[in-house]
Structures are given as structure tokens and as C-alpha cells.
Write a protein that binds this ligand. Structure first.
Ligand code: FYN
Ligand code: ADP
Length: 581
């Protein structure tokens, strides 16, 4: 890692270059994995990182490397690293950086860039672009390092920015010349920083805890909403204790499913509409009142009476963002929940029985309706019958990670497939973004070293499908199931002009996505019924071999935009216009 050079006096001095300073700075901070795509000027950084013992996962497109970094950040509480080339590679990584920031996942996008002198005078360098300026509005923080002696500081600032407070994405700009700069070896290593306490605990004020407990104590119909911030916080035991001691029913947001097992008696997931409309005091824990919760107002929340909110969040600016929050509790979730538990003491009166029983009744109705639907075995398969298979497999393998994207495929999987362990469900998150599938699956396989099941709509899979080669190349235990219903939402749409092109939402009918996996040496299977699907997934989990199952789904089974149809504007039929003379 060090090189020898001659000092003016002629004696040999050990030096260290920019490449190695970057590698040593990351390793010093416990970062041992890089997701990226080699090319000018960072090719040698990928090689040398691997040589230095880091795991370098090389992708086919930077967006998926970025998504992998973001998911790794969510799963491990360490910033995931995505490494890209300049301008176009950097831009490809930006969607993931931005998505990570929106979802509060810690990641660092490191991009090589062209020389400042040429970029700033716009003299036309190879891949010339003012990357720092472009990244700034799309992430939590952005820094550029020009001198080798600042690499340690740059990486420390990036780690602290990504992890402290509300986690998010950080951009680090490394111009090509930085990598070949050298420092005297000892001074170089001494310039690196091991970040101390990068995500400091934030203890809530005693008065804020008291206010929240008072509200909860007097509630007649209390509800807890667990969000992915609660999953990220890794305060699993405290959260369980809070739910169970308070006896308050809880609703998990999709990536919080499994924090407590979905079969828990206090889960209100199967009575979602009822509890949102009826609750009088709602405690949000690491969940925002954004579009996924109808902004905390309107019909979803019942117009019968005002609700009062308690909100636990690390970001003070989140409070009152959509509706008034009566009891904000600012701090890290672990500390806030512990403080509440302490305040509740051993003699806390659990939530009113009538409320809990009312929810159980609503739940039982929905669960039995669901059980009836899941018992059907139509041919071809529909979403329910295919997911009945997945549901039973996850129940038997609760420690596998489930990655999920699509429209109908996402919505049906969320409600049908119960989760049993924390942070085992990764999905499209706050933006409802498509294209996270293979990146998230790869991150989960690499970080958990356990099997991953990716349930993908055929359209969603198309965004990152080429990464099946990456999955095969690294022999990752990932089983991808493509729910193939011949198009976006389904395959039944027609070209309204009567022309020869198919409708914009329709794909090649009867496509065989399984052959894509076979092309790279993985296992590809076509499943036309429940038995084939079950056998295929079970074989994949047992062998750990990269597998893609093309699950043939009735092309008329989906609804347009799944359960968010109301967000999709439609033309209203117009009265015929009279021709003017
Ligand atoms: C839930 N439900 C169940 C169960 N779980 N019934 C029986 N058994 C189980 N296990 C019921 C639940 O009570 C609801 O019924 C219904 O199923 C749906 O529950 P879900 O999925 O939790 O809730 P809903 O209303 O869809 O949630 C709204 C939402 C969600 C906005 C949070 O739709 C969502 O996360 N959407 C993300 C969409 C997205 O990002 N799409 C990608 C873009 S695709 P009721 O209580 O009777 O209502 C581009 O088009
Ligand atoms: P969901 O989509 O599941 O509802 P969101 O992404 O909207 O979840 O909300 C997550 C929230 O959790 C964010 O407001 C974020 O600030 C907060 N958060 C993340 N990590 C922590 C933590 N360790 N402690 C407290 N709040 C956190």
C-alpha cells in the first residue's frame, strides 16, 4: 500500500497516495463493502479496495449500486458506499442518492470527477460536469476534497452527515487528480479520522415525555403507528415492550412490518381503515404523516372528531409538517421509547378493552375474507394464489429478506405476506420508486448472508433486470420471482388509435424472464401453477443458487395503479365539439 520515494536528502521515504488514503479512511471507520461500477477515474480504486480486503460489488448500472448502498445503510446503520465514475455515472447514481435521502437511509455516493480548473472554465473536459453543485439540492450534505491531506476529514464529515440526526444521503466529490497525490506515509495515516459517536443518542426532555404519556393515558382509542424509522433504529425489544405494556394496537408501515410479528394480537394491519378513522390519540414512531398516511387528515382519518398526535422523531422540523402535533417527542427512538417505558412504570393501565376488542372483530372479518381468497387456486394464477405460496414460505423461513416492488405486486404482497422479524421487508418506500429491486436484493444478500426473495412486478423488474448477471457473478442466494402479467398493471390494454403498436402499458406477451437468469448460469424456471412456484422457491432457498422464477399471472388480474388509483389522473369524456365554420 505504500510506495518509496526519494527525499531531497536522498533517503528513501514511505509515501501513501490518494487511493490508499480513501481505502484506509473507510476501513478505519468499519466500512468494508463498496457497491459501484468501475471506470475513469475510479477503476484503480475498485481494484485496490478489493486488494485491501474490502468486498467490492461491481454492478451493471450505477443506480442499482446506489440502491444497494442505501439498503445496506438502512440494514446496518453504517453508511452504504456507492462508487461511480464522473458525469454520466454520477448522474446514474443520483436517483439512488436522492431516494436514500427521501427515505432517511444513510449512504455516501462517492464519484470521481473532472479537473476543477477545466470544469470551472467550461473548457470541455472528458465527462465535464459541476457535480457538487448538481448533487447539493438532492442530498443531505455534499463535499469536495481537493487535497490528499483532507481525505480523512472529507470522509469523516460524510459519515457524520449521513448518520447523525435524521439519516440521509451524502455526496463526496473526488477529482481525478486527488487519487495520485501522495503524502508521507505516517503523516497520511495520521490525517485520517475514526469518527467518534457518529449517531449520538438524543435524549428527550422529561417534560416532553410527561406530555406524551398524559395524552396516551387519557386516550380512549389509542393507536401506535410504526414507521421505517423505528425499524432503522434497531430498538426492537423496547418497541415490543412499549406496545405490549401499553396494550395499544399498532399499525406497521410497510417497511416496519415484522418489527413485531404481523400475527401479533395487537397488530391492527388488517383493520387499517377502521383504526385510522376511529383512533383518538395516535402515536407516530419513526413514521411521517406524508401521502402514505393521507397527510394526517381527511376522510381516511375519519371526520368524526379531532385527533391528537404524539410524534417520536429525531428531526424537530418534521413536527407540525402536516397537522398539529400535540406531543412532540424529539430524540432517537431507542431513548424516547425507553423514557416512555420508564414513565409508564409497572402499573400502567392498558388501552381500553372495548377498543382493542372492536379492532379484533374488524380484523377477524378481514382475515377470514383473506383466508377465503387465499384458499382459491385459479388457473392461471392470480396475485392472491401466487402470494399464498410466498406467504407460507415466509412463515416457514422468517429470517429471509423479502424485497418487493411493483404496483399490484407491491400492494398485494404487503397485505398478504406476513413478516415475522425486523428489517426483513425492503420495498419502494416513501417515493413509491420502481427500480430498487435487484439493488436492494443484492445489498440484503451481501449484508445478511442469508437468502433473499424478491417479489417483482414484471414492469418493476425491467428497471434493474440486467443485475441478474451481478447476482450470478457473485453467486448470491437470491430468488427473484417475476409476477408476469404481460404489462404495466396488466396486459389487456388496447391501442386506442387502432394502430399497429401495442398500448403503452403492454409488454411482449408470454415473455420468459427466467431465461435471463439462465443466460448467466443461474437457475431459471417457468411456473404456471402454485405447485411449480412452491417447488421453485423452496429449491432456490435450499440450494442458495441465483434463481429467477417467471410466475405466469392472469393478465387481467391487476387494477391500474394498484391501491393508489386515486392518484392517477384520467380523462373525463368530453361532449363532442361542434366543428367551426
Ligand atoms: C392488511 N389488510 C389485510 C391484511 N393486511 N386484510 C387481511 N389480512 C391481512 N393480513 C387490509 C387492510 O386492513 C386494508 O383494508 C387493506 O387490506 C389494504 O391494506 P394496506 O395495504 O395496508 O393499506 P392501503 O389502504 O393500501 O394503504 C395505503 C398506502 C398503501 C398508501 C399506505 O397503498 C401503500 O403503501 N402504497 C404504496 C404504493 C406505492 O408506492 N406504489 C408504487 C407505485 S406503482 P381496509 O382496512 O378495509 O381498508 C405505480 O403505479
Ligand atoms: P414510513 O415511510 O415507514 O412511514 P418515514 O420514512 O416516513 O417512515 O419516516 C421515518 C422517520 O423516522 C423520519 O421522520 C426520520 O426522521 C425518523 N427517524 C429515522 N431514524 C430515527 C431514529 N433513530 N430515531 C428517531 N427518528 C428516526
Amino acid at each position: 500500500m505504500s510506495q518509496e520515494s526519494q527525499t531531497p536528502e536522498g533517503s528513501a521515504a514511505q509515501t501513501i497516495d490518494g487511493f490508499h488514503l480513501v481505502i484506509e479512511a473507510l476501513k478505519l471507520n468499519g466500512i468494508n463493502t463498496i457497491f459501484g461500477l468501475p471506470g475513469i477515474p475510479i477503476t484503480d480504486l475498485t481494484r485496490l479496495s478489493q486488494a485491501a480486503g474490502m468486498r467490492v460489488i461491481s454492478f451493471r448500472h450505477e443506480q442499482h449500486a446506489g440502491n444497494a448502498a442505501a439498503a445496506a445503510g438502512f440494514l446496518t446503520q453504517k453508511p452504504g458506499i456507492c462508487l461511480t465514475v464522473s458525469a454520466p455515472g454520477f448522474l446514474n447514481g443520483l436517483t439512488a442518492l436522492s431516494n436514500a435521502t427521501v427515505n432517511c437511509f444513510p449512504m455516501i455516493l462517492i464519484s470521481g470527477s473532472s479537473e476543477r480548473e477545466i470544469v470551472d472554465l467550461q473548457q470541455g473536459d472528458y465527462e465535464e460536469m459541476d457535480q457538487l453543485a448538481i448533487a447539493k439540492p438532492l442530498c443531505k450534505a455534499a463535499y469536495r476534497v481537493l487535497h490528499a491531506q483532507d481525505i480523512g476529514i472529507g470522509i469523516a464529515r460524510a459519515i457524520r452527515s449521513a448518520l447523525s440526526g435524521r439519516p440521509g444521503g451524502v455526496y463526496l466529490d473526488f477529482p481525478a487528480k486527488l487519487f495520485s497525490q501522495v503524502m508521507e506515509h505516517t503523516a497520511g495515516l495520521a490525517s485520517l479520522i475514526q469518527v467518534v459517536d457518529p449517531a449520538p443518542k438524543q435524549i428527550p426532555g422529561a417534560d416532553a415525555v410527561h406530555r406524551a404519556l398524559n395524552l396516551l393515558k387519557n386516550a380512549k382509542r389509542p393507536l401506535i403507528i410504526l414507521g421505517k424509522g423505528a425499524a432503522y433504529a434497531q430498538a426492537d425489544a423496547a418497541l415490543r415492550a412499549l406496545v405490549e405494556t401499553s396494550g395499544v394496537p399498532y399499525l406497521p408501515m410497510s417497511m416496519a412490518k415484522g418489527l413485531l410479528e404481523d400475527t401479533h394480537a395487537l397488530s391492527a394491519a388488517a383493520a387499517r381503515s377502521y383504526v385510522l378513522a376511529q383512533a383518538d390519540v395516535v402515536m407516530l414512531i419513526g413514521a411521517r404523516l406524508n401521502w402514505l398516511l393521507s397527510h394526517g387528515k381527511g376522510k381516511t382519518w375519519g371526520e368524526s372528531g379531532p385527533k391528537q398526535f404524539i410524534q417520536i422523531d429525531i428531526e424537530p422540523k418534521e413536527i407540525d409538517s402536516n397537522v398539529a402535533i400535540a406531543a412532540p417527542l424529539i430524540g432517537d427512538i431507542g431513548s424516547c421509547v425507553e423514557a416512555m417505558l420508564q414513565g409508564m412504570g409497572p402499573n400502567w393501565t392498558p388501552a381500553p378493552k372495548e377498543w382493542v376488542a372492536g379492532i379484533a372483530e374488524r380484523k377477524a372479518k378481514n382475515l377470514s375474507k383473506m383466508a377465503d381468497t387465499l384458499a382459491l387456486n385459479p388457473s392461471p394464477m392470480n396475485f392472491h394464489s401466487a402470494l399464498a405460496v410466498v406467504r407460507s414460505i415466509v412463515a416457514h423461513h422468517p429470517d429471509i429478506t423479502l424485497v418487493n416492488e411493483g404496483a399490484n405486486t407491491l400492494d398485494f404482497t404487503r397485505s398478504i405476506v406476513d413478516m415475522y422479524e425486523p428489517r426483513k421487508r425492503l420495498d419502494v418506500g416513501t417515493w413509491g420508486i420502481m427500480g430498487i429491486g435487484m439493488g436492494f436484493a443484492i445489498a440484503a444478500a451481501v449484508t445478511t448472508q442469508k437468502p433473499v426473495l424478491a417479489i417483482e412486478g414484471d414492469s418493476a423488474f425491467g428497471f434493474s433486470g440486467m443485475e441478474v448477471e451481478t447476482i450470478c457473478r457473485y453467486h448470491l442466494p437470491i430468488c427473484v420471482v417475476v409476477f408476469n402479467n404481460n404489462g404495466v398493471y396488466g396486459g389487456m390494454d388496447v391501442n386506442q388509435s387502432g394502430g399497429a403498436d401495442v398500448a403503452p402499458t403492454v409488454f411482449v406477451k408470454g415473455a420468459r424472464y427466467d431465461l435471463m437468469m439462465q443466460a448467466f448460469g443461474g437457475v431459471g424456471l417457468n411456473a404456471t401453477n402454485q405447485l411449480e412456484l412452491k417447488a421453485g422457491i423452496e429449491a432456490a432457498l435450499a440450494s442458495g443458487k441465483p434463481t429467477l422464477i417467471n410466475a405466469v399471472i392472469d393478465e387481467s388480474a391487476g387494477t391500474e395503479s394498484g391501491r393508489i388509483t386515486k392518484l392517477n389522473p384520467k380523462t373525463t369524456p368530453k361532449a363532442p365539439v361542434k366543428a367551426s365554420t
